[in-house]
Design a protein around this ligand. Structure first.
Ligand code: PLP
Length: 239
């Protein structure tokens, strides 16, 4: 497979669609970060994406990411953790990731914050919501997010920057729109309750199937894997 050529074409296509969605929504494309989800793919895919100008990468497993980070240590990349964080991986996550998008409970928040203090890092964090209350999904319920946001504001090292959502798997992109609108409403409700708007500036929502709809509904980060790197070989525990 001509890896570089495929990846170059995919990035051109996704960027064109991202720009068009921003245009439709009257937004600036530069206000939307494309996070290239490289889980299950190796360093060669990341290098090919880097050659296309991509800098932000999303990984869902701390251990798997660490191996790639070591391999790519010379490159100026920004790493986003997008999968559930087990507490025994908090130290490594706080040391390695620039963004931790999957803060989904007080205990994870506290463990990451303590680990960041110890590591001397200041990871940006997002609070992951579970609005559909799916058994299979991680995330804090809407009823618990105010308490989590308040705790995040009081944290010593981590830097609260916004909210993240993985909605129920959509048959069609439009199926995700009500969930994206709901996340935007949660953000407004938190600001109403006194969380400073600038600490909730980011909404990470939208994946390969529905990132254009997410942009129309205010996403500032879209997490796109398949549309950039092609289908993943299914691995145990992969989302
Ligand atoms: C895998 C994953 C993505 C990317 O999914 P695609 O459908 O391949 O774009 C985005 N967000 C999270 C949390 C993921 O686990």
């Amino acid at each position: 497979m001509p890896l570089e050529a495929d990846i170059a074409a995919n990035f051109a296509d996704v960027r064109r669609r991202l720009d068009a969605a921003a245009q439709r929504a009257g937004r600036r494309p530069e206000d939307i970060t494309l996070v290239a989800v490289s889980k299950t793919f190796g360093p060669d895919h990341i290098r090919a994406a880097f050659a296309e100008g991509q800098r932000a990468f999303g990984e869902n497993r701390v251990q798997e990411a660490a191996a790639k980070m070591a391999d790519l240590a010379g490159l100026p990349l920004t790493w986003h953790l997008i999968g559930h964080l087990q507490s025994n991986k908090a130290r490594r996550a706080a040391a390695d990731f620039n963004w931790i998008e999957s803060i989904d409970s007080l205990s994870v928040l506290q463990k990451v914050d303590a680990a960041a203090v110890e590591a001397g890092t200041r990871p940006a964090i997002l609070l992951q919501l579970d609005l559909a209350l799916e058994d299979t999904k991680y995330g804090v319920a809407e009823s618990g997010v105010l308490e989590l946001a308040q705790a995040a504001l009081e944290a010593r090292a981590v830097d609260l920057r916004g909210l993240m959502l993985v909605p129920p798997y959509p048959e069609r992109a439009e199926d995700s729109r009500p969930w994206f609108q709901a996340l935007a409403r949660v953000r407004l409700a938190l600001v109403d309750r006194g969380i400073p708007a600038e600490r909730l500036a980011h909404l990470s929502m939208g994946m390969s199937r529905d990132f254009e709809v997410a942009i129309e509904e205010g996403a500032t980060m879209v997490r796109v894997g398949t549309a950039l790197f092609g289908p993943r070989i299914a691995a145990a525990g992969q989302t």
